[in-house]
Design a protein. Structure first.
Length: 115
């Protein structure tokens, strides 16, 4: 299974980006899909996740600005990011967890927010 993330780039503060992640080679429906990020010199943190039941959890600092959505049957997940801030600058990784608790990771896409 390979995950391909896209949509990162350079944006000014206050701008928006939409990240996409699609899985290839998968034959399963995901249990949980999510986005994580890692800024330089910092640990990776969970940004947002969505369960197969549609429940979502967000990092406090992105609540109200970011929206996660996806299709568990197709193993595609999106992250709409609005009102971006310089502190959102990081490499963003998509993640899919299957029903056997196996994790799959995308290669990461860089988001840079300029002030």
């Amino acid at each position: 299974v390979q995950l391909q993330a896209s949509g990162g780039g350079l944006v000014q503060a206050g701008g928006s980006l939409r990240l996409s992640c699609a899985a290839s080679g998968s034959t399963f429906s995901s249990l949980i899909m999510g986005w994580y990020r890692q800024a330089p010199g910092k640990q990776r943190e969970r940004v947002a996740v969505i369960s197969s039941g549609g429940n979502t959890i967000y990092l406090d600092s992105v609540q109200g600005r970011f929206t996660i959505s996806g299709d568990h049957a197709k193993n595609t997940v999106y992250l709409q990011m609005n009102s971006l801030k310089p502190e959102d600058t990081a490499v963003y990784y998509c993640n899919i967890r299957d029903w056997y608790a196996s994790d799959y990771w995308g290669q990461g896409t860089l988001v840079t927010v300029s002030s």
